[in-house]
Every structure is written in C-alpha cells, then in structure tokens.
Ligand binder design. Structure first.
Ligand code: COA
Length: 385
C-alpha cells in the first residue's frame, strides 16, 4: 500500500420517503461532504457511486450525471452495485484506489430512491438481488428469506421472539436521537410482538423500512487531509468476503460466511481484535441479522447475540454500542446509500458532530454491510485521529 487513507468529509440527506429525484438526493449528499471536507469540486479526481435501482427513477449511468452537475464533467465516475451492500463495496474500491496511489482525493456517493414504487413493487425489485432462480423466482422475498434464517436461529439456540424485539427497541431508541433517521419512534416489547406479521417469526418492527436517501464521503490520502487542515478519520482496516448466494446452499444458515471472511481481513489489516472495537454500525436489515452479525464479527459467542440485546450490552451506553445511528431498522435502508451512511456515522462520531447520540470515549469503530442475505459483505475499521 502506498498511502494511508482518511475520510475527510461526510454528508447525508435525511432518509425516508422523499420527494427529490435520485440525482437531487445524490447532489445534496455530495455537496454536504465537499463542504464538510473544506475542499472544492475541483479537488476531486474520481467519483464512485453506489446504487442498485436507478432505473426505478429513470436514471442509470449516474456517475457522469453527478460529476457533470458538480461542475467537474471530465472527472471519471464509476457506478457500483452489490445489492444492499453496494455502499461498503464502493467504499472499498474508492479506498483501494487512494491507497494504491491512483488518486489523492475522491468522492463516494451512495444513493437510492424506491419508495415511489410502493411496497409491492419494491419487494419484487429487491427480490432480483436474491439468487432469483432459487429464491425470488419462487416467491421467497427478503422478509421470507430472513424469516427462515430467524426460525433456524430460534430453534438452534432456544432464543425467543422477545430477544429479536430488543434489537428493534434499542435501534429505535438510537434513531430518536438522529435527526436524519427515517423512523423516529420509541417502541416497547409489546409494540414489536403485537405488530403485524410480515413473514413469521418476523413482524413489521423486526423489519427495516424501504427508504430513499443519499450519503457521501470524501476519501483522501493522509497527506492531503493534513494539507487541508480539517478534522479527519483514518481508515485502518478493509475486508471483503462472499457466501454461497442462495441460502439453501449454505451449510448453516445461522451464520454468514462473508461477514467472517471480511471481518478477519479487516481486523488483521488494522492490527486489532473484536475487543478493541468501541462501537459498530452493522447490517440490521432485520432484527435477526443484527444478532447474527454481532456474533460473526466476534463480539459475542454464537447463540448469545440475543441475550446481549436483551441485557442492554449493545445499547449506546452499553459495553459495545451497536448501531448508535439507529441502524437500518430506524435510520432507514436506502440500499445504495446504507454502507456509506454507516461511514458518515463514524465520521460524525469521531469529529464531534454526533450530538446527543455520541458514544463516550470511542477511538476505534467498525462498519459492516452486506448484500442480499450476505452473499457479499465488506467490513471496515476506523481510528479517531
Ligand atoms: C415491513 C414492511 C412490509 C411494511 O410495509 P407497509 O406495510 O407497506 O408499510 P408502509 O410503507 O405502507 O408504511 C405504513 C406505516 O408503517 C411504517 N413502517 C413501514 N415500514 C416500517 C418498518 N419496517 N418499521 C417500522 N415502521 C414501518 C411507515 O413509516 C408508515 O407509518 P406512517 O403511517 O406513520 O407514515 C416493509 O417496510 C418491508 O418489506 N420492509 C423490508 C424491506 C426489505 O426487505 N429490505 C431489504 C432488506 S435485505
């Protein structure tokens, strides 16, 4: 590696049902990141865009359109798709290009706009991210696939639907402190258990919502960041992994191999262990996913992630805060933006911009984001400077 890589700026739109076009959302987030970095568009040498369903808002080939709107049409842009994990995979590509010395300063924008299509069409579109021949094409939507995973987990570890509920309650509590979160509402165990069943055992409050939104970051060399003189966060570990795409092809569906592979690479590169992580933003598309993630990331032994949520260990003020932003569950899940939104949270936490939801005394943080049921995943480790 030639360069140390930093996040010098970050910006985000609100997440939710939004009226702006996909390009307006991407531009808002990009301008926020550029302003917070203290640079101008002319400093940007390449643009990376993560997006899955641009076609739903009549705009694909989004990178050149965004670059043109920023007044830098000659800057090369690249759009990257990796389902719900698109943001973190894009971050990894942007990171790798800066680390390798191709560029000193690049822009990464994650963006999605789907809510105007309605729940039925969004569910169908999202199912195209599964192994469609085996899964989506036979009616297995993502709530259905994660319901199978949840059922297997509850059976294997004698966990309960209440354990799942505690994940939702905690993430809604955190989201209440996040002005950009999609669903800002305090909920109880009864609210979760009595909410309508989506795919048993998952109920409405076990699911993330469909969201629109955009998040953006400026990645640069540490030398460039020092020259600009603004606060920045160091990226110290990066890993990517894969799993058999169809859930039916996995030996054990209560674990996600891509997470373990990506995390081990990122920990090794950063020279840290799970014990060194002060907080993490993880992929909680459904409550069961957060429980499996925090076990696969090495924070808890297999079968104990639910107990951790129930006992408050993963609360913002707990031993290992998980999803202080509110996570996908409350902050929302605009799928192309989610992985970058996690990095925005780390940047805000480490540069004193997280306000009421600040995690006390945090120095090292991790982001984890996967595509589909974990067919692809990326993990990054960050250090406060
Ligand atoms: C849970 C789900 C079925 C709800 O869909 P829906 O019933 O059509 O919901 P609507 O969009 O009509 O919203 C109705 C209300 O419920 C709320 N709501 C919607 N989804 C919610 C969720 N997941 N959690 C909490 N509240 C939710 C909305 O904010 C809205 O509230 P309001 O009336 O106060 O504005 C849908 O959000 C879903 O399928 N989520 C999973 C998305 C997914 O699979 N993502 C990919 C992950 S891999």
């Amino acid at each position: 590696m030639v360069n140390n890589v930093c996040v010098l700026g970050a910006g985000s739109t609100k997440y939710g049902k939004l009226s702006q076009s996909i390009i307006e959302l991407g531009l808002d987030a990009a301008k926020g990141a550029i302003d917070s970095a203290g640079i101008t568009p002319k400093d940007i040498q390449a643009g990376y865009i993560s997006n899955v369903f641009g076609v739903a808002d009549k705009q694909v080939h989004m990178a050149p359109v965004l670059m043109s709107n920023l007044g830098i049409p000659h800057v090369p842009g690249l759009t990257i798709e990796s389902a719900c994990g698109s943001g973190s995979v894009m971050f990894r590509e942007a990171y790798a290009n800066v680390a390798a010395g191709f560029y000193d300063c690049v822009l990464g924008v994650g963006v999605e706009k789907v809510t105007h299509t309605g729940t039925t069409l969004s569910t169908t579109l999202f199912s195209y991210c599964s192994d469609f021949f085996y899964e989506g094409g036979n009616g297995a939507s993502f709530p259905g696939l994660f319901a199978s995973i949840a059922r297997a987990y509850l059976n294997k570890y004698k966990a309960t639907e209440e354990d799942l509920a505690y994940v939702a309650i905690k993430n809604h509590e955190n989201g209440l402190l996040n002005p950009k979160a999609h669903i800002r509402k305090s909920i109880t165990v009864d609210d979760v258990l009595n909410s309508p069943v989506v795919a048993s055992p998952l109920k409405v409050y076990d699911c993330c919502p469909f969201s629109d939104g955009a998040s953006a970051v400026i990645l640069c060399t540490e030398e460039f960041a020092k020259k600009i003189g603004n606060d920045y966060v160091r990226v110290i570990g990066s890993g990517r992994g894969g799993s058999p795409a169809a859930v039916q092809s996995r030996e054990d569906i209560t674990t996600i191999p891509s997470t373990i592979i990506a995390a081990n690479q990122a920990y090794k590169m950063a020279g840290v262990t799970p014990k060194d992580i002060d907080f993490a933003e993880v992929h909680d598309c459904f409550t069961i996913a957060e429980i499996i993630d925090i076990e696969d990331l090495g924070f808890f032994k297999k079968g104990t992630g639910g107990v951790a949520a129930r006992e408050g260990i993963t609360k913002r003020t707990g031993e290992i805060p998980i999803n202080p932003s509110g996570g996908l569950k409350s902050k929302g899940h605009p799928i192309g933006a989610t992985g970058i939104g996690q990095v925005v949270e780390v940047y805000e936490q480490f540069t004193g911009k997280a306000g009421e939801r600040s995690v006390k005394d945090a120095e090292i943080a991790l982001t984890h984001n996967f595509g589909a049921t974990g067919a692809s995943a990326a993990v990054h480790v960050f250090q406060k400077v």
